[in-house]
Design a binder for this molecule. Structure first.
Ligand code: GSH
Length: 204
């Protein structure tokens, strides 16, 4: 069976939501990304030497890492989460890359104890990146009326923005709210927060 390694509230929440959205058969195991131990006590580095989540182990035991690749694989395997239309996959990759290499990366000082000036700069950068993203929305979700893997990733970034007091533009707040109403999103949050209650870290 497929297996997702995740850390509660981390970027792997995007994959967790996507897999629940499509009713995939998979197991999920939490990882403590500070100690690099999985919930069952395995050395996480023996699974992913890079030491970070998400990791998706496929049915044939292939190990996928890097969120762009993992979400692209999920969209390829489950077409209901895929962008349609002109240059569909390319546009989807363009957006996943923007979320990963621009938005996600810009959060680094917030999570990793940056100096106050660095954090302030990150807040301004992120506000600008979210403003650009809002202008690119073409419906209720990023690519129109239907959810795609890109929304799953953006949703995690919006939760982080809320946590750090970064104001996202109205259309993105509506997207965040819409996602929060989805049963798969609620289920993923419940599964991950269960681990928070056991004292594991909620932050990457
Ligand atoms: N390049 C990786 C980065 C993933 C990443 O930053 N994961 C964080 C959680 S959001 C993590 O596991 N950090 C732990 C670490 O780097 O030690 C990707 O895009 O998948």
């Amino acid at each position: 069976m497929m297996k997702l390694y995740y850390a509660p509230g981390a970027c792997s929440l995007a994959d967790h939501i996507a897999l629940l959205e499509v009713d995939a058969e998979f197991e999920a195991e939490a990882v403590d990304i500070r100690t690099k131990r999985t919930a069952s006590g395995e050395d996480f580095r023996s699974i992913n030497p890079k030491g970070y989540v998400p990791v998706l182990v496929l049915d044939d035991c292939e190990i996928l890492t890097e969120n762009i690749a993992v979400l692209d694989w999920i969209a390829d395997r489950y077409p209901q989460l895929r962008r349609n239309g002109v240059l569909s996959r390319t546009r989807q990759l363009e957006t996943l890359a923007f979320i990963s290499t621009e938005i996600h990366r810009a959060f680094k000082p917030m999570w990793h104890g940056g100096a106050e000036a660095e954090k302030q700069k990150a807040r301004e950068t992120l506000a600008g990146l979210f403003a650009i993203t809002a202008t690119q929305m073409s419906g209720d979700y990023l690519f129109g009326g239907e959810l795609t893997v890109a929304d799953c990733y953006l949703f995690v970034m919006l939760r982080w923005a809320e946590k750090f007091g970064i104001a996202a533009p109205e259309p993105l707040l509506r997207l965040q709210w819409r996602m929060e109403q989805r049963p798969a999103v609620q289920a993923a949050l419940a599964r991950e927060e269960m681990h928070d209650a056991l004292g594991r870290s909620a932050s990457p």
